[in-house]
Design a protein around this ligand. Structure first.
Ligand code: DC
Length: 226
């Protein structure tokens, strides 16, 4: 069973995806961490992130993998370093690189062939797993997403004005939604979940209920099993 969860930054999809995977007892794949791992490899190698060919070459040689829980870069789990502001900004640029996307999409498809998965990103229901059994697109208002991101940053010791966090978030949305290659959008057959006024627990509960009820009744929200 493949469950895809796509949506913008700060929508709560990472936490929701992790908890839903635990609930369903399947692996959770954070594909954003894979783009962040490539960004880290680009930074470490001193490559200019805007040099398309050079960045694609880094993506080709960097060993990115998934061990069932963590994304690995050259055999080691990527740690908190991939959440740094600099890596976040570079990840958003390398994610628009067609060479990077081609390599990571292939890897994600291969991971999906290994077994059941809750996978989270921007293009999981549209490009990577168009035949996934369950597809969700999670949104929240930009203000709510900025407030959540602001709280997360504070918890990690980064103090930025809320307005700055909101501006950066809108810039990333703009880049993710308008890039030529695999722009972020909901699959036509995705179930939309607006989390603005919902708690994480409520979102997980709603999604788990949809999946578990159709698994027991043998039907699917959209008939994609055949
Ligand atoms: O979800 P995140 O913030 O960790 O993602 C990091 C960057 O990678 C972000 O700019 C969006 C991009 N991304 C993407 O383009 N496609 C994905 N499947 C996952 C993330």
């Amino acid at each position: 069973m493949i469950v895809t969860i796509d949506g913008p930054a700060g929508s709560g999809k990472s936490t929701v995806a992790r908890l839903l995977a635990e609930r369903l007892q399947v692996h959770y794949l954070d594909t954003g961490a894979m783009y962040r791992a490539i960004a880290l490899a680009v930074i470490r190698s001193g490559t200019d992130e805007r040099d398309e060919a050079a960045v694609a070459a880094v993506a080709e040689t960097a060993e990115v993998d998934f061990d069932g829980s963590d994304v690995l870069l050259n055999g080691r789990p990527v740690g908190e370093e991939i959440r740094d502001a600099n890596v976040t900004a570079v990840a958003s640029i390398v994610a628009a690189n067609p060479g990077v996307r081609k390599r990571l999409v292939e890897l994600q498809k291969a991971i999906g062939r290994r077994g059941d998965l809750v996978t989270e990103g921007r293009d999981q229901g549209t490009i990577v797993f168009p035949k996934a059994e369950y597809k969700f697109f999670i949104t929240a208002s930009p203000e709510a997403r900025a407030r959540r991101r602001h709280r997360e940053l504070l918890a990690r010791g980064t103090r930025l004005p809320l307005q700055t966090v909101e501006r950066q978030l809108r810039q990333r949305d703009e880049r993710d939604e308008n890039r030529a290659c695999a722009p972020m959008k909901a699959a036509d057959d995705a179930i939309l979940v607006d989390t603005t006024d919902m708690s994480i627990a409520e979102v997980v509960e709603e999604m788990a209920a949809i999946i578990l009820s159709s698994e027991t009744s043998g039907s699917q929200p959209a008939d994609r099993k055949s």
